[in-house]
Ligand binder design. Sequence first.
Ligand code: FEO
Length: 397
Amino acid sequence: MSLRRELKPHIYSVGAVDWDRRLFDELIPLPDGTSYNSYLIKGSEKTALIDTVDATMTDVLVRNLEDLGIKEIDYVIANHAEQDHSGSLAAILGIYPRARVLCTQKCKDMLMDLLLIHQDKIITVGDKEVISLGDKTLEFIHASWVHWPETMLTYLKEDRMLFTCDFLGSHLATSDLYVTDEATVYEAAKRYYAEIMMPFRIAIRTNLHRIMNLELNIIAPSHGPIHNKPEFILNAYRDWASDDVKNEVVIPYISMHGSTKKMVDYFVDALIERGITVKQFNLSELDIGKLAMAFVDAATVVIGSPTVLVGPHPKVVYATYLANALRPKLRFASIIGSYGWGSRMVEQISGMIPNLKVELLEPVVVKGVPGEEAFKALDRLADEIENKHKEQGIFNG
Ligand code: FEO
């Protein structure tokens, strides 16, 4: 689907909606598809295109530009080098040979490496550098690590529009140009933050601070609908990127013969009785986006696993690896589970989470079917989590 629509006089959305895409990076589920937003700004003297689209959608972008009767493009602003936004760049430079790419120095290097764009086609721009399109002015704001090192934002001063590429975006295919259903967009944006931005939480905060003083009427990301009420997404990001955690325990688990499941079921009830919110994920069929979202707010993770050849189940290894890579702001962790003839599960899982700055609470790992002693130990772990949350002032609401 085409996204060709006029946002304001001489400012157009010219990207593409990808309703059918279900996986990004062969890893990240896209339950609601996505979009690759691209924007055309026709100044009185020069024309700029902000970001391009995924290579699979080049024909949509080209057709949108043709339908608008665009004969010349002076600048292609590359806010980010990743291929879902730069995949059409070579094609656009071929059709519009006068165009020059404007980007950060790091982005230039990456465009040359990843897309073989010739260096003569690229002009680097500094932080806070300004260019004029005639009656419209673009300011570039370097914004490293949202979520690659080369990223920048582009601010259209006269219209108070900020083009943010991945930052503040969402994987959401929709016919709505602007956010209309805030609950749906909140969910998609949180999923996106969790999967893409969460490892760079500190950089996110820095970049939120950098744009704090801009006058903003519109935030136009390059995925998902456009924000014409910027505070909605800015407040959400401030919350997610803050150091605050909620009175929540995430329990990713798997069970082979039912013993670990019995322990998880008992433990979940024990936590709920203590007023703690629980988010439980059976890893046998995992949507990693949902697990990542649960990690955005939670204070504690308790991993439930049986053993496979004395180590944790491989699906637990996968989830633990992801949790470590996503660097959520968890404060406490523990491990529960059952083994048949031997276990080095606690040592192995503990060694897999160096990025998590957590206090490890006493694990509960038992041989065979859990009995009374195991349930008492689970009660003690639930008590300890409740106490730890209270000590740190972590309550519901
Ligand atoms: Fe949407 Fe980092 O690319």
